[in-house]
Design a protein around this ligand. Structure first.
Ligand code: C2E
Ligand code: CA
Ligand code: CA
Ligand code: CA
Length: 279
């Protein structure tokens, strides 16, 4: 038993080293990628079926690595968050999304708000509000065309600071969304006090909506809660007409998902501004 313990211990430290090395390499490659302009944003339309219209886009970052091709954010955002690289990366995302929206406006596309994900560390960063104000001024974008998506976890840490930050952003005119709603912990009393505008039903509830009664019950409850608190509500991860009709039955009319469009490069304006499934 003793030698087994020792072997386990050695195995453990060896794998920790590998993990640390992998992490360190990824951090350095990511830092270089940011400097060399290898990050790109793709956009996914948000649709309102009552209006039969695209009512916004979510900006989603990708890493276009010359060797590995497109790398999904799930592979590098956690590393960026842990190393602090998320701060310059997140600022780049904000600036790039506002710059792209300006380009679309100059090309004559309709005015749409762009949703940008804020990581917990980015949200807690001092100077965030000033950075956002500067980026909006620089790109000539009104605050109402920026929507920030923040998770419950980020909002429920240090609620005093959260409240004053959200109030400053809301006073500027920035729209605030709670992302992945239902997967973290939300205090319902804070939900009422925070000046948030929208909840996004997490895609984990949408996924098995038609087979799993519990997921269906949770989705219905979240949609009901949003209506009671007079918050906007959108369901993400919609892939099928069956999911869509169940969610509409619960009173949700705004959606995002592969059923309408995958996230696309900004040049794919035909689909981004006119997904065929809503025409
Ligand atoms: P999220 O904010 O919940 O974004 C939605 C994710 O669901 C995206 O994955 C999107 O491609 C995917 N998705 C959209 N519709 C469907 C669908 O119908 N079915 C399925 N199965 N998936 C769908 P993506 O682009 O891989 O992003 C994953 C996560 O990475 C995001 O989840 C967000 O948490 C994070 N992320 C992406 N971009 C950024 C960013 O610029 N900053 C930060 N901090 N996080 C980001
Ligand atoms: Ca999001
Ligand atoms: Ca989400
Ligand atoms: Ca998610």
């Amino acid at each position: 038993a003793k030698s087994l313990g020792r072997n386990n211990f050695q195995f453990f430290t060896a794998s920790m080293n590998d993990e640390a090395i992998r992490f360190f390499n990824l951090e350095n490659r990511l830092r270089a990628a940011l400097d060399q302009g290898e990050l790109v944003l793709h956009y996914q339309p948000l649709v309102d079926l009552r209006q039969r219209a695209v009512v916004g886009m979510e900006a989603l970052v990708r890493w276009n690595d010359p060797e590995q091709g497109m790398i999904a954010p799930g592979e590098f955002i956690p590393v960026a968050e842990e190393t602090g690289l998320i701060l310059p990366l997140g600022e780049w995302v904000l600036r790039e999304a506002m710059r792209q929206n300006r380009v679309w406006q100059e090309q004559g596309y309709p005015l749409l708000p762009i949703s940008v994900n804020l990581s917990p560390r980015q949200f807690r960063q001092r100077g965030l509000v000033e950075t956002i104000r500067a980026i909006l001024a620089e790109t000539g974008q009104p605050a109402r065309l920026l929507e920030l998506e923040i998770t419950e976890g980020a909002l429920m840490q240090e609620v005093g600071e959260t409240l004053s930050k959200l109030e400053e952003l809301a006073a500027m005119g920035v729209r605030l969304t709670i992302d992945d709603f239902g997967t973290g912990y939300s205090s319902l009393s804070y939900l009422k006090r925070f000046p948030v505008h929208k909840l996004k039903v997490d895609q984990s509830f949408t996924r098995d909506l038609c087979e799993d009664r519990e997921d269906a019950a949770i989705a219905a409850a979240i949609i009901g809660l949003a209506h009671s608190l007079e918050l906007d509500i959108l369901a993400e991860g919609v892939e099928t007409a069956e999911q869509l009709s169940m969610l509409m039955g619960y009173g949700c009319h705004k959606f995002q998902g592969y059923y309408f469009s995958r996230p696309l490069a900004p040049s794919q304006t035909d689909t981004l501004f006119h997904p065929s499934s809503i025409l």
